[in-house]
Design a protein around this ligand. Structure first.
Ligand code: GAL
Length: 686
């Protein structure tokens, strides 16, 4: 039985639903999987009824039989707790377990993820089914690990049931102790929203103009995250009592209103991710969020995943076109794309890639969510591609356990992630800079990491990065400001974008000169600010003769103390006012930029600061190829990924080992359409 994420192999798996098929097919399916390189299957995440068909009646035979068949096929199994889809008998008898809409009206049974995390009855049933399953199957030799639920907070990330309101009040009582404290924290004197009894406090509800106190909503998101985390912890604590030593616990993410970092730290061995890059080609793709990087954008999501677990698994990797029968129409992956997306995942740190799903489902909402096989079950192009991917991954075992090597970091924190979700002003900045920095890094072949911080983050975490962007540190705390000071003092280079530190942790705006808690570090005084105006076009900054775009929002700056002006606005009523200020601080430097980071702007920073293209002496690559790097000791593994439908030429400027062929290669190489290459080299003292 193969074990995944043990640092010795790159392994493939698939999602299998034994309950969807005649038992007679299991044996053939499993041996066919094995033949094509599948080492593990994930099962049972929506199969509660197969174990508890009626309240309190447990039947283990179905999965006993399946596990026996899997054992005979030497197939490893990842078993799931089935809580993502509570049974009809449960929701009918205990309707309080259902989620509700913003009007507090209960949703009905059907689909999945229809429950809320806080109903006492649901926690009780979830705990019992987890215990029964873990107790019965936990020691089975085929099982190598466990998945809790399925995609915590996917689709449904807001909860408005009566149980949620009751739990929200408890959460707030613990946090604020008194209503006076809560009223102060939320600034309820505004529009006469002062609470005089805890019973008056609710989760957000429909209001006259659909807005809510932003301070309430910020705490509500924190509450949703805590509810989800404690639901996962409830299950992982039970699983740990029964599972074999060496078996792992994970869940597949990552979704909104959830601190996945904390969830992983407190309940999981590592995070797994569900990667569906074909969404980029949905025929009705949202034009605001689609851009020319298409499926390459999934590298941004994978970088987020890597910030949680350096080496992780892909629990669901796209193998066929997506689609519910109600939405998400998209073409089939073209020849080579399934392999490309697999290598994209591995390049970013996945040592296990499991395809969704073995065979396309013949019934239900997901009849168009194609798996490897079609309904017909015949051998097809995607199955052949799987076999060729398997051949490739077999050559990659040497890089298992290696970690991604970033040239710079982008700081993030959940307070700001959630504030930007609820605050339209903040969100506009984040959308531009989030995409801009990612795109600039991609196009200049500069690998980077996301680095999540909170009040307990240590300098050690930050010091690994010579350069850090903190694009819009809108909410700032004293501890984080101190951490940033220490980072710069000890030699780090910090780049701040507009709107830094104008809110406190409640989301209120203290009466201070901006950038508030970062004024001391940055040596900047923000004297005025504004959104840019459509009739003026792109606002830019002259940075020593280089044009630097400053779209969306502009802070108008003045330097303080030893800070120096590096760039000035070139347009609008604030033309010639300072837009970019640098300050030497201890052994490091801090840049304050008054704009957001467009693709062009972020690129200017990367080039000027000498961060762009750290491997230009090793590779010459067209922009359409991604370069990703994993490292183990002094061995570097370079992934070159061609996202285009044309063949491209790349140049290796020194000899390296092509891992797929084990041959020494250098000079010009042609990568076919959607082709990938993995090249190994030893680089000392990097
Ligand atoms: C994932 C989910 C799977 C399946 C897939 C395709 O989000 O975990 O169960 O639904 O999407 O829709």
């Amino acid at each position: 039985m193969e074990r995944i994420l043990k640092g010795d192999k790159i392994l493939l798996g698939t999602c299998y639903y034994p309950e969807h098929w005649e038992r007679g097919l299991w044996k053939d399916d499993l041996s066919r999987m094995k033949k094509h390189g599948i080492a593990a299957v994930r099962v049972a995440e929506f199969a509660w009824n197969k174990v508890e068909p009626a309240e309190g009646q447990y039947t283990f035979g179905f999965f006993d039989d399946f596990l026996e068949t899997a054992g005979a096929a030497d197939m490893a199994v990842i078993f799931c707790t089935p809580t993502a889809a509570p049974p009809a008998w449960l929701t009918h008898r205990y309707p309080e377990v259902l989620n509700a809409d913003i009007n507090g009206l209960s949703i009905h049974h059907g689909e999945r993820r229809h429950y809320n995390y806080n109903a006492y009855a649901y926690r009780r049933f979830a705990a019992i089914i987890t215990e029964k399953i873990a107790e019965h199957y936990g020691k089975h030799p085929c099982i190598i690990g466990w998945q809790i639920d399925n995609e915590i907070n996917c689709g449904t990330d807001e909860f408005y049931s009566a149980s949620d309101t009751a739990a929200f009040r408890e959460f707030l009582k613990k946090k604020y102790q008194t209503l006076d404290n809560l009223n102060t924290a939320w600034g309820t004197v505004f529009w006469n929203q002062t609470y005089t009894a805890w019973d008056e406090v609710f989760v957000p509800r429909k209001t006259a103009n659909n807005s809510h106190s932003p301070h309430l909503v910020l705490d509500y998101y924190r509450f949703v995250s805590e509810s989800a985390r404690s639901f996962v912890k409830l299950q992982s604590d039970i699983l740990r009592k029964y599972i074999k030593s060496g078996d792992f616990i994970t869940t597949n993410g990552i979704f909104a209103n959830l601190d996945s970092h904390r969830m992983t730290a407190e309940s999981l061995d590592f995070i797994t991710y569900d990667s569906y890059p074909d969404f980029a080609y949905c025929l009705n793709a949202d034009p605001v969020h689609s851009d020319d990087l298409n499926d390459r954008k999934w590298s941004r999501h994978l970088s987020e995943v890597r910030s949680i677990s350096k080496v992780f698994g892909i629990m669901e990797q796209q193998s066929g076109s997506p689609g519910w029968n109600t939405r998400m129409e998209a073409p089939q992956p073209r020849p080579g794309q399934m392999a490309l997306w697999t290598m994209q995942s591995i390049a970013h740190g996945a040592d296990y890639v499991s395809y969704f799903r073995w065979r396309t489902c013949a019934m239900g909402t997901e009849i168009y969510w194609h798996g490897i096989l079609d309904y017909s079950n015949r051998d097809n192009r995607r199955l052949a591609e799987l076999a060729s991917i398997y051949e490739k991954t077999q050559t990659l075992s040497g890089l298992a356990g290696s970690v991604y090597e970033a040239a710079f970091g982008v700081l993030k924190d959940y307070d700001n992630v959630w504030d930007s979700r609820l605050d339209a002003w903040h969100r506009r900045l984040d959308e531009v800079s989030g995409a801009g920095i990612f795109q600039a890094a991609q196009l200049t072949h500069t690998p980077f990491d996301y680095v999540y911080i909170d009040d307990s983050t240590t300098l050690e975490v930050l010091s690994k990065y010579p350069v850090l962007f903190y694009p819009h540190a809108v909410i700032m705390t004293e501890k984080r400001a101190e951490l940033l000071e220490k980072y710069v003092e000890s030699g780090g280079v910090l780049i701040l974008g507009c709107r830094a530190a104008y809110k406190d942790v409640t989301g209120k705006c203290p009466m201070v000169k901006l950038p508030g808690l970062l004024q001391n570090l940055s040596g900047v005084d923000v004297t005025e600010y504004t959104f840019t105006a459509a009739d003026e076009g792109m606002i830019s900054v002259d940075w020593d003769g280089t044009e630097l775009e400053a779209p969306v929002f502009n802070d108008i700056l003045e330097p303080l103390g030893n800070a120096r002006v590096l760039g000035r606005y070139t347009k609008s009523y604030y033309a010639s006012s300072p837009a970019l200020i640098v300050r030497e601080y201890g052994k490091g430097r801090v840049y304050y930029f008054g704009g957001t980071f467009s693709r062009q702007g972020a690129r200017v920073f990367l080039e000027k600061l000498g961060v762009a293209g750290p491997y230009r002496d090793l590779f010459e690559l067209p922009e359409c190829c991604e370069l990703a790097v994993r490292r183990k000791g002094d061995a570097r593994f370079f992934f070159v990924l061609n996202y285009t439908k044309e063949a491209v030429r790349i140049t290796l400027k020194r000899e390296m080992t092509d891992l797929y062929t084990r041959q020494s290669v250098s000079g010009d190489i042609e990568l076919p359409a959607y082709g990938t290459g993995v090249y190994a080299a030893r680089i000392e003292n990097g």
